[in-house]
Design a protein around this ligand. Sequence first.
Ligand code: ACM
Length: 516
Amino acid sequence: MRRSLIGAAVLIVTVGTAPAAAARAATPALPNVVVPAPVSETANGATFTLTSSATIGTDAADVGNYLAAILRASTGYPIPVSAGGSGTIALSLSGAPSSVGTQGYQLTVTGTNVTVQANAAAGLFAGVQTLLQLLPPAIQSPTVASGPWTAPGGTVVDYPRFGHRGAMLDVARHFFTVSQVERYIDEIAHYKVNYFHLHLSDDQGWRIVINSWPNLATYGGSTEVGGGPGGYYTQADYSAIVAYAQARYITVIPEIDMPGHTNAALASYAQLNCSGKAPRLYTGTKVGFSSLCVPLDLTYTFIDQVVGELAALTPGPYIHIGGDEASSTTASDYSYFINRAQQIVAAHGKTVIGWHDIANAPLLASTVAQFWDTTTSNAPLASAVANGTKVVMSPANHAYLDMKYNRQTKLGQTWAGLVDVNTAYGWNPGAYLSGVGESSVLGVEAPLWTETIVTSADIDYMAFPRLPAIAELGWSPWSTHDVTAFDSRLGAQGPRWKVMGVNYYHSTQIAWPAGS
Ligand code: ACM
């Protein structure tokens, strides 16, 4: 309602440019169903129908095979995949406009064919996600369902506003198996998320084998919040997660949180403690009570060996060093520590990311700060940004997927407020923090902390429908920002989540289609 009133007012005042306005109004639109909203869409009035004789021709075998697997499962059609850009569905690395860059694509749907053109395979993968959302929800069924498998004809030209669109899973507070993690990676891939941040260590658990410090996993990983059995990834498990994400054009960012949030490590090795005594394992939910021993030389040998093993397993450019809530580390120790930790990560050829608390220390030019507070200004971060630091935006009162939706939500926390879907959507990452403008923002991340999250159904419930809101803020041009249109697009995802078995929260802010 409000939107059409605004539109009418604009029409009156812009009567002098009526021909351009009329031409825009006459352009037929594709249905408003794609999340994140594309840069531009035009309809051509045709209808494409996927039939049993459909084929895929692709310049990127992995993207063709990914699409074929989804289409085969739901349609039961053979969908052969061949190399090269010809087929009923053609995925081509030639002919895309240069404006779509390395992550964007051009999708053309006619009455007989679908063509996705991109400058890099990541763009083909993004275009495939848009195609899936233009086909009926049942196309994402894991078992054979009934068609017709139609998509509206038209052209989509699309590319991201920000290069960095992330999701984080805390596997330290509660441990999640490789297959649970892969399930979440599959879910986020549908929304053009391209970074997956794994919070691998915290007070309550250490979740990856480090060969030079074996007790970290076997002892430090042996519990979790509430006293459950915990668990850890072998290095092969971690590599499997990295490869699974990579096959979906998602880069893993591993986090070893330090100098605070380290009780699991300190409990595993007495010699890492300033006192020489190991604390007990911790299964509560307090924060801020642990610290690595900053004056101890062994601390930096430890970090060097942990980061060295992790860097060798991680093809992506980043290692996340945490740095948040180090309230048991003095300010001068903190600054000294972050400085040394950065040098160690850099020596292993990786770029540092840390929570924005690290802006209290001198930062390397390449170090990235991840904002997580509930404020709209942060003086140390603004001054780091003035010196060139880039930022990933995760304001907790909008982007934290562990906040409750409302007072009745059983899972989650409230310290950053209640975050229903329109609150998750209602902020502008490029103009949110004073002194942190669009050009200093690499993108967004939606973290999911798991103090209260135990199952995949819990992950789904907290991430959907809010994760797609954050993904859209990271991908779509700000000119598309419109809560009414967004809520309508998001509603169209409900039947897809139902088909895929995603246990989403039926927010009352969204008009979910009947039966979803
Ligand atoms: C954080 O929420 N402590 C990053």
